[in-house]
Design a protein around this ligand. Structure first.
Ligand code: SF4
Length: 687
């Protein structure tokens, strides 16, 4: 017959997690019943319930007094214990912690996260009955509202701002006990614990000391002692004692006999001792990536060299650019090529690095005696393997026996950015630590936010998973005219500067880059050891001045590289004949889409690209689905406090306005899902 476990609800509470952990020990998984109170958890044991699971003690808050009171009068036996890690997270309808002005939190969560709450003194704190209620109230989505919820509740969370651990103590655990009608068999091979309570009776001086010495003189370790008032007389207490050892062990038996002579002792149970969860290793926090600390390539101080390969054949153009570099320094080294394969796009689209450029780099490094792999951490929602396949990079890598690495698959390494102005820390992919040489291989593209995206910005694809989005969510820096995103890219470059840049300008992207612009064939490949210098010359080839690209200017001002073309030695000397200006990012999109208002407050390029791709592909169909007589408001980003009625709200950041118009979830959603929502809405309206 299937067993049943009762514990305290609601679903996903820490007690529910404890019950699920316990249930997993059985071959036939027991059913779990969630009860509204401790009393109801124990009430049915022996009838319809086989086991009751209750929290008894938290590492920070101490004992659960109602549970101790229940044990005093319970006929049940403790047959097991579990240690469950306690970790709380903050979820918020805000762009940063500065934007949070109200927090919903259950009382225990408040206690466990008090240091974090103290750091937000102006915030209104609203006490809820449960973590579930906190989550619900934050889900209502009012801007500036946040909730403290168990970190295990984050799996499907779509809040724009999340701090995944705000618990005061890193190794916080709660001890749960398992109660049953019958004790279980003693396994002498396992470490055990015994719990008892000394019921207050005749009091005399030294009684407690005699009880404790019954254990100590036999070398029995006293694990804990907790007192509870008898609620009968002032100053009278029951003592709950946990010792190491099983009640059937001879020394424990002898000690218990002696204890019983001192006062009335009720045995609560002997059970296997829970194995302490290994103290969570402190997150690996470093301030520099060792391999990026120095550059094995020849660097001429103060005058970097940049080499341009040219012609209609991307492979030959790349080899030509690399021919002037001494790659012999890579002999015996592990080389990571980081192309731009962050989106699912085809060869020649100007979105992803041309596979023949990657193939040429692989061959050049292999000929120099290096081992080579290719890595990418794509934008949110993109499958890395699919992106590698579509770009053609997977095929050239396979032909050459090189691995294509999904750099999101391993846990990240947290890096503190000492020189950070907008970005103080970030999480980088662990694969960076496996390589001696890192090569940034972007496509030459305009970028709607950052002016261009070249070898410095391409390193954003070495930030782990959604850490990339963090750069788009930063608060403005007071008295600073630069956007925090641009400052953050320069901050990132202070720890993530590649050893070599190879910029694919065979087919770049002009206009609405990084993904909604038009391909632009330039037929060049730019290579250089100083990525800032290589980006500067790429800018010049695109008809831009690098000093007007904020992240390049900021990085150069900090001494991270050189962008002054007058200080860069470019080969071939007549390179300026190759300049072919790229169309700029249009300043006003409503000119292109006259019946559309794009309301963008603090979005990131994920949603922007989605909207632009949507307009590009389906913009002409909009009138079919939406009233043609009024302009359509498309809302993106998490900075809105209100939106016009009947807006088209795109992306999870706009979730709080979903009742006010049409809402498309996703972070970012794909363009086709916007069309799907519009079609569905039309059908529902009977259109
Ligand atoms: S992709 Fe869209 S929904 Fe996701 S964080 Fe960026 S703006 Fe918000």
């Amino acid at each position: 017959m299937m067993r049943t476990i009762a514990t305290l609800g609601p679903e996903n509470s820490f007690a529910d997690i404890a019950a699920r952990i316990y249930a997993a020990r059985f071959d036939e998984t027991p059913s779990i019943r969630l009860m509204p109170s401790f009393k109801k958890v124990v009430a049915g044991v022996g009838e319809k319930i086989d086991y009751a699971i209750l929290p008894i003690e938290n590492m920070v808050d101490g004992s659960m007094q109602p549970v101790l009171d229940l044990l005093l009068h319970s006929r049940l036996t403790i047959i097991d214990e579990l240690l469950v890690p306690i970790r709380y997270a903050l979820i918020a309808n805000a762009s940063s912690r500065d934007g949070v002005h109200r927090i919903f939190a259950q009382i225990a969560a408040q206690g466990q996260c008090s240091e974090f709450l103290d750091s937000l003194p102006g915030c209104e704190l609203i006490t809820t009955q449960s973590n579930g209620e906190s989550l619900l109230r934050a889900t209502e989505g009012l801007p500036g509202c946040a909730a403290i919820v168990p970190a295990h509740d984050l799996a499907n969370s779509h809040f724009p701002f999340i701090i995944d651990n705000i618990t005061d103590y890193e190794n916080n655990v709660t001890r749960f006990i398992v109660l049953a009608e019958q004790e279980t068999a003693h396994d002498a091979g396992r470490a055990a614990k015994t719990s008892l309570v000394i019921i207050a009776g005749t009091d005399r001086p030294g009684m407690l000391s005699d009880i404790l010495s019954a254990f100590s003189k036999r070398g029995i370790n006293l694990v804990s002692i907790m007192s509870r008032p008898t609620k009968e007389l002032m100053g009278k207490y029951h003592f709950f004692i946990d010792i190491e050892g099983h009640a059937l062990a001879p020394d424990v038996q002898a000690a218990l006999t002696e204890v019983r002579r001192c006062g009335f002792a009720k045995l609560l149970g002997s059970y296997p001792k829970a194995i302490e969860p290994a103290a969570r290793p402190a997150a690996t926090i470093i301030t520099a990536i060792p391999s990026l600390q120095s550059n094995p390539f020849k660097v001429t101080a103060g005058q970097p060299q940049v080499f341009i390969g040219q012609g209609g054949d991307p492979y030959r153009a790349t080899r030509e650019a690399l021919d002037s570099l001494d790659l012999s320094v890579a002999a015996g080294k592990r080389v990571l090529l980081k192309p731009n394969a962050g989106r699912v796009a085809a060869i020649g689209s100007g979105i992803v690095t041309n596979p023949q450029v990657v193939a040429a780099a692989i061959d050049a490094f292999k000929e120099a005696g290096a081992t080579v792999a290719i890595g990418e951490s794509p934008i949110t929602g993109v499958d890395t393997a699919e992106a590698f396949e579509n770009s053609g990079i997977a095929a050239v890598a396979r032909e050459r026996g090189c691995a294509c690495i999904d750099m999101d698959r391993r846990p990240p390494v947290e890096v503190t950015i000492i020189e950070g102005v907008a970005l103080y820390k970030t999480r980088v992919v662990a694969d960076l630590f496996d390589f001696d040489i890192v090569v940034s291989m972007p496509v030459m593209k305009m970028h709607m936010h950052t002016g261009v995206t070249l070898s410095v910005k391409n390193m954003k694809g070495c930030l782990w998973q959604r850490s990339k989005i963090d750069l788009h969510m930063l608060p403005n820096i007071p008295y600073c005219k630069d956007k925090p995103l641009n400052i953050a890219i320069a901050d990132m470059a202070s720890v993530l500067r590649p050893h070599l840049a190879i910029i694919d300008g065979t087919v770049g992207m002009e206009g609405l880059g990084p993904s909604a612009g038009e391909p632009k064939a330039l037929g060049v490949v730019v290579a250089g050891v100083d990525p800032f210098a290589a980006d500067s010359i790429a800018c010049a080839l695109m008809g831009l001045n690098a000093a007007e690209v904020p992240h390049l200017r900021i990085g150069a001002e900090r001494g991270l590289g050189i962008i002054d073309p007058g200080r860069i030695e470019v080969s071939p000397p007549d390179w300026q004949r190759l300049i072919s200006p790229f169309a700029k990012v249009p300043a006003d999109l409503t000119i292109q889409y006259p019946n559309v208002n794009i309301l963008d407050e603090n979005s990131c390029s994920g949603c922007q690209s989605t909207v632009l791709l949507f307009l590009k592909r389906y913009g002409h169909e909009l009138a079919e689905y939406l009233p043609a007589d009024k302009p359509v408001s498309i809302v993106i980003g998490k900075g809105h406090t209100s939106v016009p009625p009947n807006s088209l709200c795109i992306g999870n950041c706009t979730r709080q306005f979903r009742e006010l118009g049409l809402y498309v979830s996703g972070c970012p959603p794909v363009a086709s899902s916007i069309l799907k929502t519009l079609k569905k809405n039309k059908e529902e309206r009977g259109g």
